[in-house]
Ligand binder design. Structure first.
Ligand code: MRU
Length: 346
């Protein structure tokens, strides 16, 4: 399954707003189109928007009319501002655009702009390939936490569609499935955007993993009945003290998991770790349009004119998290010390 890929002169995306009904491709040939696709959730999920933004930066360089280094750097800085503003919570977006800009700055002034642009495209491909490797490593580390027949609850979609094909929270499940452990996944539908029912359920079905779809409000009921062995979610940002931001509803799951003594795991690549922010309160939470709450597939679900809130993410404090599964291994508390150690190892 491809989420994001490059064709000459275009960033291509599977349109996740149309899944699972239709499998349509969106081709973006300008930075503005890439930013609009990220903002409009054509592509979503922290690692996937990071890779898409990296290709967006390559596109900016290839489309640039600049004839020298300074002009190219101006165009790239502008592209970075446009792309970073598309969605504020997932750090992978600015992580990727910063990496691209840093690379462009490292070229000497005499280097032809065309050649710099070609090398930036190579860097975007490298970011893409790394994501695939990183997710598989998360799968290997995380699968060791699952027993035969483990019942795992997940929220939102932190699968192949949220990355370049393998996923973060779904990676341990996929790997355990390949190892013959027969995991069973409880999939939260994830109101209001339904990433669980539309995307995770579709992916797991294709992978042949056993699953049961539930509404978000059923999660506590299944935990209370002893039908959940662990929870694995992804993250949009992990900060220095171990607090995480993830899809709205994650915090409630973590609190419920604590009440029922259920391990609560976060699976995330180190590109999602932001050591510049101290605690979760510093994370900017994206506020999306209330229409995404009051409407579904063009149908109104609420009285006309009613005000609806739509924070797209929430913060789970580190003391509710059992461990963070990264490509470099499983990080356990104390998270501040352990995150610093792991990030310094790079
Ligand atoms: O609003 P979305 O669909 O982009 O939110 C996605 C999530 O919250 C994911 O759990 C997170 O980005 C991790 S994806 C591997």
């Amino acid at each position: 399954m491809r989420t994001v890929w490059w064709e000459p002169g275009a960033v291509c995306l599977i349109d996740q707003t149309k899944l699972p009904r239709e499998q349509e491709t969106v081709r973006c040939t300008t930075v503005a189109e890439v930013a609009a696709a990220i903002r409009g959730m054509v592509v979503r999920g922290a690692p996937a928007i990071g890779v898409t933004a990296a290709y967006g930066m390559a596109l900016a360089a290839l489309n640039s009319r600049a004839t020298e280094r300074a002009g190219l750097l101006d165009d790239l800085a502008l592209a970075k501002t446009t792309l970073d503003a598309a969605r504020p919570t997932a750090v992978n977006l600015s992580w990727a655009t910063e990496r691209m800009l840093r690379m462009a700055r490292a070229f000497r002034s005499g280097e032809p702009v065309r050649e710099v642009a070609a090398k930036l495209l190579e860097e975007a491909h490298a970011i893409h390939d790394e994501d695939e490797r990183v997710c598989r490593a998360i799968g290997d580390h995380g699968a060791a936490l699952l027993d035969h027949g483990s019942r795992v609850l997940t929220h939102c979609n932190a699968g192949g569609l949220a990355t370049t094909g393998y996923g973060t929270a779904l990676a341990p499940i996929r790997t355990a499935h390949t190892q013959g452990k027969k995991p069973h996944v409880l999939v939260d539908e994830t109101r209001p955007f339904l990433q669980g029912s539309r995307l995770t359920a579709w992916e797991l079905q294709q992978a042949g993993v056993q699953q049961t779809l539930i509404t978000d409000s059923m999660a506590g009921h299944f935990m209370q009945r002893g039908e959940v062995d662990c929870i694995i979610v992804g993250a949009d940002r992990v900060v220095a003290n171990g607090d995480i931001a993830n899809k709205i509803g994650t915090y409630s799951l973590a609190v419920l998991a604590r009440a029922h003594g259920i391990p609560f795991y976060v699976a995330a690549p180190t590109s999602t770790i932001d050591m510049c922010l101290e605690s979760g309160g510093d994370i900017v939470i994206e506020q999306r349009d209330g229409d995404e709450v009051t409407q579904l597939a063009g149908q109104s679900l609420a009285p006309a004119g009613v005000h609806a809130a739509h924070p797209a993410f929430d913060v789970t404090p580190h003391n509710f998290i059992t461990a963070i599964i990264t490509e470099r291994g499983i990080i356990e508390p104390p998270f501040d010390k352990e995150l610093r150690r792991v990030m310094q190892e790079a």
